[in-house]
Design a protein around this ligand. Sequence first.
Ligand code: SAM
Length: 255
Amino acid sequence: MSLLVISLPLLPVVVMITVRFWSPLLALCHRMGAGIVKLSHRKVCASSTHAYVFSNCNHGQAQSVLLTFELYSTRHASLNIGPKKGEFLDEIVKQKAPLRVLELGMHCGYASVRILSLLPPSGKLLTVEIDPLTADRGEEIILVAGFKNTQFQVLKCSSAEAISALSSCLEDSCLDLVLMDHDPEKYLPDLLALKREKLLSASCIVLINSAVTAGAKHLLEYVRARPLSYSMGKQLEGMIEIQCHMNKYTEASEY
Ligand SMILES: C[S@@+](CC[C@H](N)C(=O)[O-])C[C@H]1O[C@@H](n2cnc3c(N)ncnc32)[C@H](O)[C@@H]1O
């Protein structure tokens, strides 16, 4: 009772503060909620995807691994590119027959398994995952699909760190295909870093996912403003193929 008597005079102040700061308070709650969902989604998704695929697929059969991922995604939220964009990726890998592929954002290895299934015998996939636990899970799934460590390398670090260390992994060769499916805010800085380090082959293809996000739009603006160096290829549901035309003339006009 006495608490009520003391707090009653404070009521108008509380109401005033709430009204005054309502929208920033709401925005703060919304951001905190989204952050928690994102964090738990990433962790739950990676561990449960891995557990489901690991225990339900036929080990040693890449097609079974892919189908098991797809079955999981029909019932649970999932971060992989899925079968439709997967087929789009397959087409590009078949046409290009790339010897060196870089995937930025491996997650549990769905796209990695698709790429590895179609690489030429001397091809190699370098795949990057910033979250070390997810990277371990993805690596295990790739091995479960039947691929050998000679065919792929998982770089357990950020895309920026991976790109700066890439030349030693590539041993004088260049990338023929880059799949960007990590943090769209990093798409443009990572493309510039790949160019700066001269890691892209003369006709490299850069395939970006989530092309409707603000970060991806920065990359697309950059690319569209340089028609001598890049041209836009096919696209499907937010996945866009960018064809690079790297030579000393276009490179000189880049900066
Ligand atoms: C959409 S998922 C990738 C899905 C995967 N390409 C597939 O289709 O199977 C994005 C992944 O990128 C990782 N990631 C986010 N930012 C990154 C960065 N800067 N460098 C490397 N990986 C990053 C996340 O941890 C997440 O696992």
